[in-house]
Ligand binder design. Structure first.
Ligand SMILES: C[S@@+](CC[C@H](N)C(=O)[O-])C[C@H]1O[C@@H](n2cnc3c(N)ncnc32)[C@H](O)[C@@H]1O
Length: 253
């Protein structure tokens, strides 16, 4: 998928609040080997590396565009690599991820595999968006289900891999971890109008549709989606509650 660092950063302030909540879950210890899954442009990888004294931190990401920005932050103890989350290996004292594993399928397989990469006493700490049932997301799928987009997409619509907090807690328990902490939180954003929602989602949830649709349909697709949003949100500003899942746990020492 073609990630755009500039567009992604437009909503940095809104995206920073959940990252702060994720950081609060991380147990600060010295000399850790740390892995950031889907590090993007590396700001958050750098902040975690600075939080943990004498750590060796590696950020991995599958987007060369995002990594190009991340590698500018490389220094002793902080490195970045092109690698898909599905292919990570090695052994780690902390595996964390902010807003990235929702792009990976089959969390039933992913979570136990990530736990299996932890050293004794190691921690996993993850934040992922869980807004897929929100009307703004449902209307993307609805637009994709109408012609000419349906035909151009061959009836494809994005399937979400995100599970419920109950399912994450069970997957963690079955993986043999302790200190399980799983919760959901709503971030209440107030945006000027539906165009801001479109701009926000153009940097994330709309990307798979842009990738699959021929370029000459992108503009029409957005206009069809905008009409549906305008029918839904008749007042300005627009209340855009954003639901996110957090989980953290550690392997016994
Ligand atoms: C929403 S951004 C989050 C970036 C960063 N963690 C942050 O919070 O700013 C999602 C990132 O996940 C990366 N990503 C998506 N699927 C991936 C995969 N299968 N393997 C590795 N990285 C992936 C994207 O390239 C993108 O940089």
């Amino acid at each position: 998928m073609s990630w755009n660092p500039e567009l992604y950063h437009k909503f940095q302030k809104e995206r920073f609040a959940p990252f702060k909540d994720l950081m609060d879950l991380i147990v600060v210890r010295g000399g850790l080997k740390v892995l950031d899954l889907g590090c993007g442009t590396g700001e958050l990888t750098q902040m975690v590396s600075e939080l943990l004294p004498e750590s060796q931190t590696l950020g991995i990401d599958s987007s060369p565009n995002m990594l190009k920005k991340a590698v500018e932050k490389k220094h002793i103890g902080l490195d970045f690599e092109l690698c898909p989350i599905q292919e990570v290996s090695g052994s780690w004292d902390l595996i964390f991820s902010n807003a990235a594993i929702q792009w990976v399928d089959n969390h039933e397989e992913l979570i136990p595999r990530l736990v299996s990469l932890l050293n004794p006493g190691g921690q996993i700490a993850i934040q992922l968006p869980a807004n897929h049932n929100h009307p703004t997301q449902q209307l993307i799928a609805e637009t994709a289900g109408e012609d000419p987009y349906k035909n151009a997409l061959n009836n494809w619509r994005r399937k979400w891999s995100v599970l419920s907090i109950l399912e994450y807690s069970e997957l963690l328990y079955d993986s043999g971890v302790e200190d399980i902490n799983v919760f959901e939180k709503i971030y209440p954003h107030i945006l000027d109008d539906v165009n801001v929602i479109i701009e926000w989602l153009s940097g994330t949830a709309l990307l798979p549709y842009f990738e699959c649709l021929p370029e000459d349909l992108h503009h029409d697709f957005i206009n069809s989606y905008r009409k549906k949003l305008q029918d839904l949100y008749t007042k300005k500003p627009v209340f855009f509650p954003y639901q996110r899942i957090f989980f953290s746990a550690k392997l016994p020492d």
